[in-house]
Design a protein around this ligand. Sequence first.
Ligand code: 5GP
Length: 120
Amino acid sequence: GLPPYDPNNVFAKILRAEIPCRKAGENDHALAFHDINPQTPVHVLVIPKGAYVSVADFSATATEAEIAGFWRLVGQVARELGLEGGGYRILSNMGEDGGQEVPHFHVHIFGGRRVGRMVP
Ligand code: 5GP
């Protein structure tokens, strides 16, 4: 099952501005910032402002306004960073088998070069 939400995970600290981030966008329900260890020329993380461990509890328990705000920011940030022309990839790791490292739900946006097809 899911672990309980850890309020001291690194993204919770970013949301509380206890550690800095390079912001890429924000709305009432979500925050976007550049990954500290980028894997592509553009590598942004989008997180809900609410306390959700992964897509499992976000999809099951977030409000419709939170879900809408989150996905609107994903598309908005990709557009504002100029990724719509060439295209990009979004990805979310979930749990141990998914290789999730930070236990606060997030989607990666990869772009700025040809990222090819998904290979697990
Ligand atoms: P995942 O949990 O999906 O495996 O990935 C977590 C991502 O968070 C990694 O790509 C990692 O580089 C990024 N990350 C970890 N700590 C920080 C941080 O303090 N600041 C930022 N901007 N990104 C971080």
